[in-house]
Write a protein that binds this ligand. Sequence first.
Ligand SMILES: O=C(O)c1ccccc1NCC(=O)[C@H](O)[C@H](O)COP(=O)(O)O
Length: 222
Amino acid sequence: MKPDIKICGLKTPEAVDRALKRGATHIGFIFFEKSPRYIEPDLAAKLAEPARGKAKIVAVVVDPTNDELDEIVSLLKPDILQLHGSESPEHVLTIKALYGLPVMKVFSVRTADDLKRVEAYIGIADRFLFDAKAPKGSELPGGNGISFDWSLLGWIDESIDYMLSGGLNKNNVADALASTKARGIDVSSGVETEPGVKSVALIDEFFDAVEKADAPVMAPGS
Ligand SMILES: O=C(O)c1ccccc1NCC(=O)[C@H](O)[C@H](O)COP(=O)(O)O
């Protein structure tokens, strides 16, 4: 089955256009002010316009207040809220009830302990995203361009819908898909020339790598 592909941290019409042309199923906008990928909600709304009905528009927030969410939801009209902080199951339920939107809850992973709380969110979060935990000293909860040990996800049942992220790029995405049961992948730094600067060439190369990974292996002579 073709994986969902989310290109995250978009800030230009060129990058949005290329992601859509190549078949991104999700595009993400970052509403975390310390990020080099931060974008004002009104600008994100303009950039997202060509994606409506073609790809899911994802608003990435970190321990958001209701005021922040009110502004983002009313301007951007996202399809999904990506909660990338330490939102409790109760907070996730409150957000879902307030905004009526599906939630993708992020777990930041370095060790097995980081996955202990997943069960508490089953039936509450609509989808999970397993991302690498920020390295010491980083101010960013995501978008750090580093991977984690995917074998830590081995116990996660196939019935659990999750995306995988953290340091994915054209060189490791095939391996990531083969080694996990991720139904989707999410990339940011791997399609950038520097933090916050997306490259249409790297977006192309990333999609090429996913398509190659997905292509059936032909028997010799067939
Ligand atoms: O990308 C950011 O700057 C960011 C900042 C704060 C919270 C989340 C952030 N990114 C969320 C994403 O979904 C990224 O795509 C994900 O962390 C993977 O990033 P990367 O390892 O750079 O591919």
